[in-house]
Design a protein around this ligand. Structure first.
Ligand code: KG4
Ligand code: ZN
Length: 327
């Protein structure tokens, strides 16, 4: 089975061609990260326009790099949400038009399922598994007993981890996206600020990062230019990692887990990767390579493969121009 997948939910436009479960025939991506550096965050309208200007070329390029023509494809898959609505629409419309023109079936894929399936590209899932999804928009602990079955057992009650990184970086005047910058500077400092560790005992497996963010804001407000940036980055990252470690231990205490996968943009975090290696050596933890942690179309194709096989009714999406995608 050969799948062409499109991802355009935020500021990356990406197209991939995947053969069966994990043979990547091609993957092309245009990131708008540099465009949004000067705005300090993604501007949805600009993101949508930029998706429009590259998506057709990227589809052509992905087919060319895979050395195939549209007739060789079995399925078109596209991220249908969650994400920026205008950005999603560009991908959905491009995918629908391409599928209709080439008389191919099309399915809509959940972006978070895509992130989770980025790990299945690296190693086959071993159920029951724990997927820890940490990105700019999400912080979720997802328990999976079989393919495409997702039970959310914990999530953030306010800011996502990546969002907290980005906001703290902004307060410190470090630029966008803040996660990788704080991660690098955290290597150079010491945990001198002793920030709160919001463990939310009463909220079980849920997270909350807004209090931690406010604690940083309060110190910046009081100490202003006296802030030691490196130490603040180390202190913030230490607090985040301690909370994550605490929650993972809690999951292992209460659930049978044969494999843990850590996915999403924040999975690129060096401190997080180190902590996982040191604290959970025996836990069969899979963290995909960096280029599959951040948004990409390969992960969408990887999820689509299982979605299509598990739900034969998706085959009814075939032809006729009715893509049946609900956003
Ligand atoms: O998954 P992603 O590419 O986009 C979505 O949010 O769906 O994640 C982007 C987020 C941003 O908040 C960025 O700051 C964060 O991932 N991030 C990091 C690191 N690299 C990216 N956060 C902490 N440490 C990093 N090394
Ligand atoms: Zn994402």
């Amino acid at each position: 089975m050969i799948i062409l997948a499109i991802e355009s939910s935020c500021d990356e436009t990406s197209v991939a061609v995947l053969k069966d479960e994990r043979e990547i025939l091609s993957h092309v991506l245009v990131s708008q990260m540099d465009v949004f550096k000067k705005f300090g965050g993604v501007v949805p309208e600009i993101a949508s326009r930029n998706h429009v200007s590259v998506i057709t070329q990227l589809i052509d390029q992905a087919l060319k790099n895979a050395h195939i023509s549209p007739q060789d494809l079995s399925l078109v898959a596209v991220t249908e949400g969650p994400g920026l609505i205008g950005a999603l629409l560009v991908g959905v419309n491009a995918a629908t038009a391409f599928a209709y023109a080439n008389q191919l079936p099309i399915i809509g894929v959940n972006h978070l399922a895509g992130h989770i399936y980025s790990a299945n590209l690296i190693q086959p899932f071993q159920f029951p598994l724990l997927a820890f999804l940490v990105s700019g928009g999400h912080t979720e602990l997802v328990y999976m007993k079989e393919h495409m079955s997702f039970e959310v057992i914990g999530e953030t009650l306010d800011d996502a981890v990546g969002e907290a990184y980005d906001k703290v970086a902004k307060m410190l005047g470090l630029g966008y996206p803040g996660g990788p910058i704080i991660d690098q500077l955290a290597l150079l400092g010491e945990d001198t600020y002793h920030l709160p560790r919001p463990k939310l005992e009463s909220h079980g497996l849920n997270f909350s990062f807004s209090g931690l963010k406010s604690a940083v804001a309060n110190i910046i407000g009081k100490e202003k230019e006296k802030i030691n940036i490196n130490n603040m980055c180390t202190s913030f990252q230490s607090a985040v990692l301690e909370v994550i470690q605490f929650k993972l231990e809690k999951v292992y205490d209460h659930y049978e887990v044969n494999q843990t996968i850590v996915v999403g943009g924040v999975a690129a975090n060096i401190g997080l990767r180190r902590m996982l290696e040191q604290q959970f050596q025996s836990r069969n933890i899979i963290v995909p390579p960096l280029n599959y942690c951040t948004d990409n179309a390969v992960m969408i194709a990887a999820a689509a493969f299982h979605q299509y096989h598990l739900n034969p009714s998706f085959k009814d999406y075939v032809l006729g121009g009715q893509a049946n995608l609900s956003l």
